[in-house]
Design a protein around this ligand. Structure first.
Ligand SMILES: NC(=O)c1ccc[n+]([C@@H]2O[C@H](COP(=O)([O-])OP(=O)(O)OC[C@H]3O[C@@H](n4cnc5c(N)ncnc54)[C@H](O)[C@@H]3O)[C@@H](O)[C@H]2O)c1
Length: 264
C-alpha cells in the first residue's frame, strides 16, 4: 500500500512542518524528492537527512522563474516529474478590520498564486511522465478545514484556502477533459502541531484576550472529537496515499484529516 517506488516528486514548502514530514515518508515509500522552499539552511538540512533520494532547490512559489528552475533541476537530476505537492503556505492571523491590503496581497500571492504557478509550470513534465505510467501523474494541494468552513481566527486565510479547494476540483476536471491523466486532489488538515500551528494558537490566545498559548491549545483539544491535535505525520500519510496508485480512482476529491472537527 502507498508505495511510490521510482516516482519523482516536487514538494513546495518542504523545509519544515507537514512538507518535511511528507518528504520523509515519500523517500521511505521509494520516491525521489525535490524540496522547494525559501528557507535555505532548513531546506538543505531536511534534504541532507534524507540522503541521495532528496535534493533542496530554492523556490519562492510566487516566482515563475523559480518554478521553471525547479522543474529544470528535477528533470536534470532525476529524469522526470510524476507528483507535485503544492504545500507552501502562509497564515496571517488577523481579522478583517486589522489586516492591510499589503498583507492580503502577500498571503494570496503565496497561498493562491503559488498553487496556480506550481500547477501550470509543472504541468508539461507531469503530462510527459503520465504517458509512461499505469495510473498517470498526481497533484496534491494543501488546503485546510478553513477551506471548507469559515475560520474563527483568520478570514483571509480561509478565503485563500477556499480558493485552493475549488481550484483543485476545477484543475481535476480540466485535466480529465483534456485527457492528460493527471489526478488532482486536496488535503484539509485541522490544527496541526507545526510552526504554523503555533501561529494559529497565538492568534487564538490573542482572541481569547490572553497570552496563554497553553490555554488556547486546551481549547482546541477540547473541541476536537479525537481529543488531540494533529501531527505532521497524520497529514503526510494522507498526502502519500493521494499521490500513490492506491488513489488511482480519486480526482477532484477533498481528503479531510482533522480529528473530526468539521464533522460537528
Ligand atoms: N499547521 C496547520 O495547522 C495547518 C492546518 C491546515 C492547513 N495547513 C496547510 O499545510 C501547509 C503546510 O503547513 P505547515 O503547518 O507545515 O506550515 P509551516 O509554516 O510549518 O511550513 C510552511 C512552509 O512553507 C514555506 N513557505 C512559505 N512561503 C513560501 C514561499 N513563498 N515559497 C516557498 N515556500 C514557502 C515556509 O518556509 C515553510 O517551510 C500550508 O499550506 C498550510 O496552510 C496547515
Amino acid at each position: 500500500m502507498n508505495r511510490l517506488d521510482g516516482k519523482v516528486v516536487v514538494i513546495s514548502g518542504a523545509a519544515r512542518g507537514i512538507g518535511a514530514e511528507t518528504a520523509r515518508l515519500m523517500v521511505e515509500a521509494g520516491a525521489k524528492v525535490v524540496i522547494g522552499d525559501v528557507l535555505e539552511e532548513r531546506g538543505r538540512q531536511t534534504a541532507r537527512t534524507l540522503g541521495d533520494a532528496a535534493l533542496y532547490v530554492h523556490l519562492d512559489v510566487t516566482s515563475e522563474e523559480n518554478w521553471n528552475a525547479v522543474v529544470a533541476t528535477t528533470l536534470d537530476r532525476f529524469g522526470k516529474l510524476d507528483i507535485l505537492v503544492n504545500n507552501a503556505g502562509l497564515f496571517l492571523g488577523k481579522d478583517i478590520e486589522t489586516a492591510s491590503l499589503a498583507e492580503w496581497e502577500r498571503l494570496s500571492s503565496v497561498n493562491l498564486t503559488g498553487v496556480f504557478l506550481g500547477t501550470k509550470l509543472c504541468l508539461p513534465a507531469l503530462r510527459e511522465a503520465a504517458r509512461d505510467s499505469a495510473h498517470g501523474s498526481a497533484i496534491v494541494n494543501l488546503a485546510s478545514t478553513a477551506g471548507l468552513v469559515g475560520s474563527t481566527q483568520d478570514p483571509l486565510y480561509s478565503m485563500t484556502k477556499g480558493g485552493v479547494t475549488l481550484f483543485t476540483k476545477s484543475a481535476a476536471l480540466e485535466f480529465a477533459r483534456k485527457g492528460y491523466r493527471i489526478r488532482v486532489n486536496s488535503v484539509h488538515p485541522g490544527t496541526i502541531d507545526t510552526e504554523m500551528g503555533d501561529q494559529v494558537l497565538v492568534t487564538r490566545a490573542r482572541n481569547l484576550g490572553t497570552n496563554d498559548i497553553e490555554a488556547a491549545r486546551r481549547q482546541v483539544i477540547q473541541r476536537l472529537p479525537i481529543g488531540r491535535m494533529g501531527t505532521p505525520n497524520d497529514i503526510a500519510k494522507g498526502i502519500v496515499f493521494l499521490s500513490s496508485d492506491d488513489a488511482a480512482f480519486m480526482t477532484g476529491s477533498a481528503l479531510v484529516v482533522d480529528g473530526g472537527i468539521t464533522a460537528q
